[in-house]
Design a binder for this molecule. Structure first.
Ligand code: G6P
Length: 491
């Protein structure tokens, strides 16, 4: 078949493989070193694997992904009932595919060019090469008619590569980050190839309806497909279509968290005691404000610190009565923009603290670490106000975790309009992080909100999260993926 030769993928195996395969840049495990120096694997925290693990166990599933270190070939192994198929990356792949095309081209482009994306042909070549490696590893282990679910922006070419090698597969794709408007997306020199790559999926899922419609608008503009409702329909052969082309649907399927697990942890006496200890260690301020983010320029950390600093300078908040705890977990540290941001944030924190700290109290308690979930829940419980001020964010699960953790009826969320979560957590105090004055009054509104009103709002948001948790997300996506196409779209 022509298409197979295009990508040089191995022919269909169709036997002795898996019926359900997740393909993601990272495997859902972290390597940990025991006290005796022995290495083992531990399931990574995070919603995706929690949501997918039951499906994996039911239907003999496997997870294809990178294990997080370079220049190492690992054989497939099992962890916690999940079959893991490692895809190796060498140093050049890390630099060009991961740090380069994924995180210095696509990431800034898809987050509304908050920093300028860089376009390098060598990075694009590496992206194609590594996507092909993931597609090959998947094609080789998929049973006939298996369902494959590809995750996120690092692997957008995999759906089409798989479709061409294995037309028997049911292929889904989920984009965890925003999909930009056609005006921004059009900057990408390889925009058509990326769209064709995604169109290989039967269903492409997005966080927001706006993302799905951005994708379909680009599809209409930059490929020869036509768009009908939520479907991108391939052109007939005479107009450059291909016999193996499929109809691709685009829909919003907002991801969520394991609401019940967070609620259970929030009632754990040890975690409650830890949350009280945290407040005490902060000097028992009246108002604990909290930010929890990967140290990423999309998160609006500088805008948040600016607004908070002005509230202190204006005397609307006072150190001792208020304290901001900012957890900024290390991320993509070899990418230049991330290293720059770290310097900028640390300079701002230093100058805020220098200006406002007293002997006994600090303005910003800055923590450049990541913490296990139990400690995070204790922090959420210790906080009164959560600040999520992203300039652009696919979803923001931290906002959802904070709401779900407050089974005690306390707390209020200040949430950027530019997060996917803002579509669902509509009872939060919604702010535009570019509008510093607006953000300052939003923060004060949350701080001064009547407790009964805050409890009511938090309860309504918690109810939403109980009804829309991460297992509902994966179930809804996979059900939609399994649906046959409406007959009238085929004629
Ligand atoms: C975002 C992306 C994920 C990514 C995660 C951590 O949530 O959507 O695909 O895995 O950030 O980033 P990293 O580059 O460390 O995998």
């Amino acid at each position: 078949m022509m298409a197979d030769q295009d990508h040089g993928l191995p022919p269909a195996t169709g036997s002795r493989g898996y019926d359900f395969i997740v393909v993601a840049n990272r495997l859902p495990v972290d390597r940990v070193e025991g006290i005796d120096g022995e290495l083992s694997w531990r399931r990574s925290p995070g919603g995706l694997v929690t949501a997918i693990a039951p499906v994996m166990q039911q239907s003999e599933g496997a997870w294809v992904g990178w294990h997080g270190a370079t220049n190492e070939n690992l054989t497939p192994f099992e962890n916690d009932g999940i079959h893991l198929i490692p895809v190796p990356l060498v140093d050049d792949d890390l630099e060009e595919y991961y740090e380069g095309f994924s995180n210095s081209t696509l990431w800034p482009l898809y987050h509304d060019v908050i920093v300028p994306p860089e376009f390098h042909r060598t990075w694009w070549d590496s992206y194609k090469k590594v996507n092909k490696r993931f597609a090959e590893a998947t094609a080789a282990i998929a049973n006939t008619g298996a369902t494959v679910w590809v995750q996120d922006y690092q692997l957008q070419l995999v759906p089409q590569m798989l479709r061409q090698a294995r037309p028997d597969l049911r292929i889904g794709f989920f984009n965890h980050i925003p999909f930009p408007s056609p005006g921004i997306f059009s900057q990408l020199p390889w925009r058509r190839q990326i769209l064709e790559g995604l169109a290989g999926a039967d269903l492409v899922g997005f966080q927001r309806t706006a993302d799905a419609s951005n994708f379909l608008r680009s599809m209409r503009r930059y490929t020869n497909r036509s768009v009908k409702g939520t479907m991108a329909i391939p052109a007939p052969d005479s107009l450059g279509g291909s016999a193996t082309s499929n109809i691709c649907r685009a829909e919003a399927h907002p991801i969520s968290i394991d609401t019940a697990q967070v609620a259970t942890l929030s009632r754990d006496p040890e975690i409650i005691a830890r949350s009280k200890q945290i407040r005490q260690e902060l000097g028992n301020p009246e108002t604990v404000l909290l930010g929890v983010d990967r140290l990423d320029y999309t998160k609006g950390l500088r805008h948040r610190l600016k607004a908070y600093g002005e509230l202190l300078a204006d005397g609307d908040l006072t150190v001792g009565e208020a304290c901001l705890v900012q957890v900024a977990s290390p991320s993509r540290e070899n990418v230049e923009r991330y290293a720059q941001l770290k310097d900028q944030v640390e300079l701002m924190v230093g100058s805020l603290n220098g200006e406002h700290d007293t002997m006994g109290h600090t303005a910003v308690r800055y923590l450049h670490h990541s913490y296990p979930l139990r400690e995070m829940i204790a922090l959420y419980l210790a906080a009164d106000i959560m600040l999520v001020t992203s300039l652009r964010d696919g979803m923001n699960l931290v906002a959802k975790e904070f709401v779900a953790a407050h089974t005690d009826g306390r707390g209020m969320l200040v949430l950027s309009e530019f997060t996917g979560a803002a579509d669902q957590l509509t009872q939060a105090v919604l702010v535009n992080p570019h509008d510093i004055d607006g953000m300052k009054s939003g923060i004060l509104r949350a701080v001064r909100m009547d407790p009964s009103e805050a409890t009511k709002r938090m309860r309504r948001m918690r109810k939403h999260l109980q009804e829309h948790d991460v297992s509902k997300w994966s179930e809804t996506f996979l059900t939609a993926l399994a649906l046959p196409l409406p007959v009238d779209t085929l004629v």
